[in-house]
Design a protein around this ligand. Structure first.
Ligand SMILES: Nc1nc2c(ncn2[C@@H]2O[C@H](COP(=O)(O)OP(=O)(O)OP(=O)(O)O)[C@@H](O)[C@H]2O)c(=O)[nH]1
Ligand SMILES: [Mg+2]
Length: 370
């Protein structure tokens, strides 16, 4: 479970994906005892999902992070029922989960215009309450952002995820020859000739032991929870974090990435996945690729050679394995086409499922026909 304490509110440079807010519904208005009037209800605090809003913009605009709705109007001789207090609307980004202070998820806002009642206003004073108004609900809530992208890039540091994103889209993520260049998630848009757009999220690199918070940990994997597909990127020449760390071949990096995904959330392994094998321009890459393909085809012949704690319970099935080089441009167009095909297939499958479900609802059951 995600804890809602200060530690859970992460901040990467200027990007933040967690924010803690105080919300309070308005107090009700006073009742009017002499005429049995009823005060207006206090206003409510709502979270409303809006495009082009970020958690950072909320924090910058409202540094106090307090949101209090208006007080209900008092009942008077002219208006026995007082008016409701003004609602307070907080624009939040799409993909936000609302957590209560204990860390339990109580809401989710995924589409523009969706609303979540964050704090209810108090009732106005009336005969039932001896004309004394009630206070509004007050609580501390956390907004936890998960990027909504179609494809999430997952790979060891230095595999070339950011280089790939910049090659495929207009995004300009930072690229450098040291591990952990990317410290905050970044989105890029793939544009297709028929104007279809696919959103790709570039994430900081994962390493083995990320689940135990090694490297940058695997907290960024929450951003792939909502992506429809995974695109694993591996360096054909393998990976070594430091001289002291063990060298891992491309196959081992695939296995270790699978293990980290599994340890984070097993369901992630059911997402459709593609594998981009990068740096095919390096010498010896062709032979290594042949070996990698063989290992991926018969993983069980090779898995037992690895240390036991590296082996995942399930292996990832890749829809396509595409050799690429972001330097020479090899395979980039093909990869884009594979991503598109995979996204379309998935959409088709979802449509089919939806159609079947509707048909089942429309068809009367055997019992009804009798
Ligand atoms: N030879 C070769 N090098 C590449 C290729 N693609 C990327 N690189 C290099 O690999 C290094 C890492 O690239 P990045 O794109 O920063 O890798 P990353 O996976 O985003 O790394 P992190 O952000 O640290 O996780 C850089 O020095 C790139 O120039 C390629 O196709 N061939
Ligand atoms: Mg990067």
């Amino acid at each position: 479970m995600v804890r809602c304490g200060a530690a859970a509110l992460r901040k990467y440079g200027s990007f933040i994906d967690g924010l803690r807010l105080y919300v309070r519904g308005g107090t009700g208005g006073m009742g009017y005892p002499r005429l049995g009037g009823e005060g207006g209800r206090g206003g409510d605090v709502w979270f409303v999902a809006r495009e082009r809003t970020t958690l950072k913009s909320i924090r910058d605009r409202y540094p106090h992070k307090r949101f209090v709705a208006g007080t209900g109007a008092n009942s008077s001789v002219r208006a026995l029922k007082g008016d409701k207090g003004q609602d307070c609307e907080v624009a939040v980004p799409l993909g936000v989960s609302v957590l209560c202070d204990g860390g339990r998820q109580i809401g989710e806002l995924n589409a523009a215009g969706e609303r979540f009642l964050a704090a209810r206003g108090g009732l106005g004073g009336s005969l039932a309450t001896n004309f004394v108004p009630c206070k509004g609900q007050k609580r501390i809530l956390c907004l936890d952002l998960k990027l909504i992208a179609d494809v999430g890039l997952v790979g060891f540091p230095n595999a070339g995820k950011s280089s790939l994103l910049s090659k495929m889209s207009h995004a300009k993520p930072q690229v450098a020859s040291y591990p952990f260049t990317t410290v905050q998630p970044e989105l890029g848009k793939l544009m297709y000739k028929d104007y279809k757009q696919v959103l790709v999220a570039d994430l900081p690199g994962l390493i083995e032991g990320a689940h135990a918070n090694r490297g940058m940990g695997h907290k960024f994997l929450k951003h792939v929870e909502r992506t429809k597909q995974l695109l694993l990127v591996v360096d054909i020449s393998g990976f070594q974090l430091s001289i002291k760390a063990p060298f891992r071949t491309a196959f081992e990096t695939v296995v270790l990435l699978t293990k980290e995904l599994e340890l984070y959330k097993e369901e992630l392994l059911s997402k459709p996945a593609l594998l981009a094998v990068n740096k095919m321009d390096l010498p010896g890459a062709r032979e290594s690729l042949r070996e990698l393909v063989q290992q991926l085809q018969q993983p069980h012949d090779f898995l037992h050679l690895l240390e036991e704690e590296m082996i995942p319970a399930r292996t990832l099935e890749f829809k396509d394995v595409i050799p690429i080089s972001t330097y020479t441009g090899e395979g980039i167009e093909e990869l884009k086409a594979c991503i598109r095909r995979s996204i379309d297939e998935e959409a088709e499958r979802e449509n089919e499922e939806y159609r079947k479900k509707q048909l089942r609802l429309l068809q009367p059951s055997a019992g009804d026909r009798r």
